[in-house]
Design a protein around this ligand. Structure first.
Ligand code: NDP
Length: 271
């Protein structure tokens, strides 16, 4: 998909007179955030999107950060604004997200974009949930009529993934930390999406043979210190029909969807 975007970029530049421009704001130097921001800059470069990363110290005030966002909202040469989360505790993430103008909200977190998703209106959909659905479709997996189970109900992953699966006519069950008999429920899934944040919590006995398994989790393996998902990949891969690895599955797909959202916001603004 990135190659396709790169291929189409010259045509886009010719049509609109410039490349799309994504601005990423990084507050502080949390190593995971630094690595995500670097990944976003690299992907932008690969597809031909102009990327500006603005680094601010962890002690930036909330007012200063909101002021910077307002400036970028007003800057006509900027198409997408992304503030890397999490933010230091003294800054309200909700306020920051709501300050980014809806038309430049490439993360799809703005309350108006979220509301539009739930009302089936055109909107920017959050990158990770969008990537999950895109991946299923690109892999030719039929979603309509399937029993889908989503483990995790966060605003940024579980909840929107469930809504998108519902929109694709799956029959969706949402599971969470208070779900009783989780294994019984996950075993019913023809499509199982896991977004919890607990290393390998989904074990082989929790998955039906032939299931499609999407692992959103990104964790540090407590034994090896390496990245691992929420799903016990080694033991589930032989029984699942298809399964996404960690790293290398939903993560890169999320960044690809960020590129897509940036291009879409650019086109909508330049119309
Ligand atoms: P949150 O912590 O916001 O949500 C976790 C969810 O898991 C909650 O709904 C929680 O339930 C549920 N949960 C916790 N423990 C259990 C349990 N024992 N059984 C069943 N459900 C449980 O996490 P996020 O949604 O933000 O992220 C989830 C994972 O996905 C993380 O590993 C994160 O790093 C990763 N991630 C990956 C991305 C990517 O691009 N690949 C993007 C975003 C996230 P409850 O609501 O009841 O508390």
């Amino acid at each position: 998909m990135k190659a396709e975007m790169a291929e189409n970029m010259p045509k886009l530049i010719e049509e609109y007179g410039r490349a799309p421009h994504l601005v990423v704001i990084l507050v502080g130097d949390n190593p995971a955030s630094v690595s995500y921001v670097t990944g976003k800059a690299k992907a932008s470069e690969a597809v031909g999107i102009k990327n500006t990363t603005i680094r601010k110290p962890a002690d930036i005030t909330e007012a200063e950060l909101l002021g910077l966002i307002e400036e970028l909202n007003a800057d006509d040469s900027v198409d997408g604004i992304l503030v890397q989360l999490p933010l230091p505790k003294h800054i309200s993430e909700a306020k920051v997200i709501a300050t980014i103008s809806q038309e430049k909200d490439v993360d799809g977190f703005h309350p108006l974009n979220v509301a539009a998703l739930w009302q089936k209106q055109p909107c920017t959909v959050a990158c990770t949930p969008l990537g999950v659905i895109k991946m299923l479709k690109e892999a030719g997996i039929e979603i309509a009529g399937k029993r889908a189970v989503v483990v995790g109900r966060s605003n940024i992953v579980g909840l929107p993934v469930s809504k998108l699966l519902l929109d694709e006519n799956a029959t969706v069950t949402m599971a969470h930390s208070r779900t009783a008999n989780l294994a019984e429920i996950t075993r019913q899934a023809e499509i199982l999406v896991v977004a919890v944040g607990r290393p390998r919590m989904i074990t082989a006995d929790m998955v039906a043979p032939g299931a499609v398994v999407i692992d959103v989790g990104v964790n540090r393996d407590p034994e090896t210190g390496k990245l691992c998902g929420d799903v016990d990949f080694a033991n589930i891969e032989p029984i699942a029909s298809v399964i996404t690895p960690v790293p290398g599955g939903v993560g890169p797909m999320t960044i690809t969807m960020l590129m897509q959202n940036t291009i879409d916001c650019f086109k909508a603004r330049c119309k």
